[in-house]
Design a protein around this ligand. Structure first.
Ligand code: CA
Length: 229
């Protein structure tokens, strides 16, 4: 899962980003409306956490821009101060899915994120699977059959992306964008290394689910072909 966080208060931004990061969520944390617009044109996010009072504009304008694009669906949770909120409930109703009043508990934020993503039509929560491999999106718990699959955060994120596209190729650039935030350097073989570790862990548990490399393109998760035919 990848979150775009837009909050100009650096302490709050870093605190939220660190908490979500600790939950295995990839976070792009930005401070201005302009940076947010640019990020939305470059990357794909599962949810936007948006402060309304930004140094270069109003978060509501950004919500308006997003709501005006019918092809572009992005759940939004507004995070704002109480006085800013009271006068803007109507505006929020125009496009935000939920809001949190500062100060809020980080566990509450996490719960709201999963609640918004659980809504019908989002299909961003629940369990993903392919063959004998399953992954619970919210808890990051993965299994091969009934055996727990112990995954590091990027391995879990990789598995999530591959399972979402089970049977189809996921392009390497898309994986890079989904697994890493803007400020994390991605070494040339980083994605291949994550895939290798994930593959090894699946094999160790005797999984019949395989991650195939499509050289120069990307990766695909699928069930091992029947060797007898
Ligand atoms: Ca602010």
């Amino acid at each position: 899962m990848k979150v775009l966080l837009v909050e100009d208060n650096i302490e709050l931004r870093e605190m939220i980003a660190a908490h979500l990061d600790g939950c295995g969520i990839t976070v792009d944390a930005l401070a201005t409306a302009e940076e947010a617009s640019e990020a939305l044109s470059l990357a794909t996010y599962d949810i936007l956490l948006l402060d309304l009072g930004l140094p270069d504009g109003d978060g509501l304008d950004l919500i308006g821009c997003i709501a005006a694009r019918p092809d572009f669906h992005l759940p939004i949770i507004v995070i704002t101060a109480r006085d800013a909120l009271s006068s803007r409930i109507e505006g929020l109703n125009a496009g935000a899915d939920d809001y949190l009043v500062k100060p809020f508990d980080l566990a509450e934020l996490q719960a709201r994120i999963h609640a918004v993503l659980r809504r019908p039509g989002e299909r961003k929560s629940g369990t993903l699977g392919c063959g004998d491999v399953t992954l619970d999106i919210a808890s990051r718990a993965a299994f091969v059959g009934d055996q727990p699959l112990d995954l590091a955060r990027r391995e879990a994120a990789m598995l999530e992306e591959l399972l979402r596209a089970a049977g189809r190729i996921v392009v390497r650039d898309v994986l890079e964008e989904r697994l890493y935030s803007f400020n994390e350097p991605v070494t040339p073989n980083a994605i291949e290394a994550v895939v290798s570790r994930l593959r090894r862990k699946l094999e160790l548990l005797g999984s019949t689910t395989r991650i195939q490399t499509k050289r120069g393109i990307g990766y695909r998760i699928g069930i091992e072909p029947d060797q007898t035919t």
